[in-house]
Design a protein around this ligand. Structure first.
Ligand code: NAP
Length: 271
């Protein structure tokens, strides 16, 4: 569970993170985050649009784990893109989180016409050491190519939807070539493919759950995985993925499940 990947600036990124998208604000988020920290998670993925940054911060404050041992990501929402508004939005996120810095700040979505200015703001926040690393989310190859033309440094991370049913091979190859770590969001397809017969068969043969099989597939493809759950048993289940391995035949079967399934918004084709 302590397994990490090294970002381009040497910072260690835990390979498992708890996602809190659609985790209702208030006690539910606080319980999920506290439960995850107690279960050994050291990475929490929130966003200003999730409306629960204050609960994430509250739970971190209540936990016995030192702040320096927890990797906290939040994201710049679309309505706040642009240089000045991004700087203001970051301040507001930090205030809601009750933190003096975040470990990773991401541009949530490649908003046309504004994303370059937003990136400039993220570079400033990085220089000011208020974000230990900066990156993007939902950037496809053309968005990444555009950024390489204007950025002083490359994003450390690109957070995109990845599962056996949406493998994003071209983006992943581009990121691997340029040293950008890919984080897989909705790694459980929001639950909609957890009963797929191939996934279930591999789960039976390995003695693991379908969710663990999907997450392990991601780890073995060098992804960071960000499953979301509010249920303690599932939070534990989703973390028990570091003590087994899928053999090459199982990996090949899972690799064969590509169907271009986007369970949320889909940045492919976004100008
Ligand atoms: N950057 C972006 O644009 C973006 C977009 C989407 C998501 N994300 C990030 O990625 C995280 C995860 O994505 P997601 O929330 O869309 O979906 P997900 O993690 O693929 O799936 C979550 C769903 O699966 C259920 N679940 C969790 N563990 C399970 C298990 N072991 N067995 C059966 N069902 C299980 C959860 O229900 P319960 O909660 O009831 O257990 C929930 O309904 C988000 O929370 C967010 O942090 C980022």
């Amino acid at each position: 569970m302590n397994s990490t990947l090294e970002l381009r600036n040497g910072i260690q990124l835990p390979r498992l993170g708890l996602g809190v998208f659609r985790t209702p604000s208030g006690e539910v988020t606080q319980r999920a985050v506290l439960g995850a920290l107690e279960a050994g998670y050291r990475h929490i993925d929130t966003a200003s649009i999730y409306g629960n940054e204050n609960d994430v911060g509250e739970a971190i404050g209540r936990s016995a784990i030192p702040r320096s041992e927890i990797f906290v990501t939040t994201k710049l929402w679309n309505a706040d893109q642009g240089f000045d508004s991004a700087m203001r939005a970051f301040d507001a996120s930090l205030k809601r989180l009750g933190l003096s810095y975040v470990d990773l700040y991401l541009i949530h979505w490649p908003v046309a016409g504004l994303r370059r200015e937003s990136w400039r703001a993220l570079e400033r926040l990085y220089e000011e050491k208020r974000a230990r690393a900066i990156g993007v989310s939902n950037f496809m190859v053309p968005h990444l190519e555009e950024l390489t033309g204007v950025a002083r440094g490359m994003p450390a991370v690109n957070q995109i939807e990845v599962s056996p049913f949406l493998q994003q091979r071209a983006v992943r190859a581009w990121c691997a070539k340029h040293g950008v770590i890919v984080e897989a969001y909705s790694p459980l397809t929001k639950g909609v493919r957890l009963s797929h017969p191939v996934v279930c068969e591999i789960a039976r043969s390995t003695g693991r759950s379908p969710a663990q099989v999907m997450l392990r597939w991601g780890l073995q493809h060098d992804l960071v995985v960000l499953p979301k759950s509010t249920r303690p048993a599932r939070i534990h289940e989703n973390a028990a993925i570091f003590d087994f391995e899928l053999d090459s035949a199982s990996m090949a079967r899972l690799d064969g499940l590509e169907e271009g399934l986007a369970t949320g918004w889909d940045p492919r084709g976004q100008p």
